[in-house]
Ligand binder design. Structure first.
Ligand code: SME
Length: 168
């Protein structure tokens, strides 16, 4: 398993995503444990981009429950109809929020968080969302369609790699 991450010396976010996605693929292919893989994915994203908070919320019965993450203390349970994460879950699509204060119902785990992107991850049979990837930035409007594009590729990789139905 590769234990060091090769991050290109560029500020170009697309270039960084292009460099890390194959490395994430290699990492998760070498390990079968889902939680271990999700944990390393948050570490890679945090180390590469320096985002304020990166983590997964996992679907459990009737709520989203905090999974592996990197960053400050976070709320542990989010009802399906609450917050940006809940909207991502119920609408089954990526939520790109340039200013969290303008998003009605946003759950502020930290006042430092200014913008946010939440990407749905579907179960292998694509029947529903089994978790969401939530990334917060302390910079306003920090996320764009570029992040959405590559993070959705990452979400697809997670769907393909894990048998979400029985492992989580
Ligand atoms: N802001 C999220 C809650 C999770 S924290 O950002 C880590 C939301 O509104 O769903």
């Amino acid at each position: 398993m590769a234990e060091t991450l090769n991050i290109p010396l560029t500020e170009d976010r697309a270039e960084k995503y292009k460099a890390i996605l194959p490395q994430i693929q290699a990492l998760v292919s070498a390990e079968t444990d889902t939680i271990a893989n999700l944990a390393n994915i948050t570490a890679v994203l945090k180390e590469t981009f320096g985002f304020f908070w990166v983590g997964f919320y996992i679907v459990r019965q009737d709520m989203l429950v905090l999974g592996p993450f990197q960053g400050t203390l976070a709320c542990t349970r989010i009802p399906f109809h609450k917050g940006v994460c809940g909207a991502c879950y119920t609408e089954r699509k990526t939520m790109l929020v340039p200013d969290v204060e303008q998003f009605q119902g946003h759950i502020a785990c930290s006042s430092a968080s200014k913008s946010e992107i939440v990407v749905p991850i579907f179960d292998r049979g694509r029947q529903g969302v089994c978790m969401v990837l939530d990334i917060d930035s302390d910079v306003l409007a920090d996320f764009s369609e570029i992040d959405q594009h590559y993070l959705e590729q990452l979400a697809e990789m997670i769907t393909e790699t894990f048998d979400n139905s029985d492992e989580l």
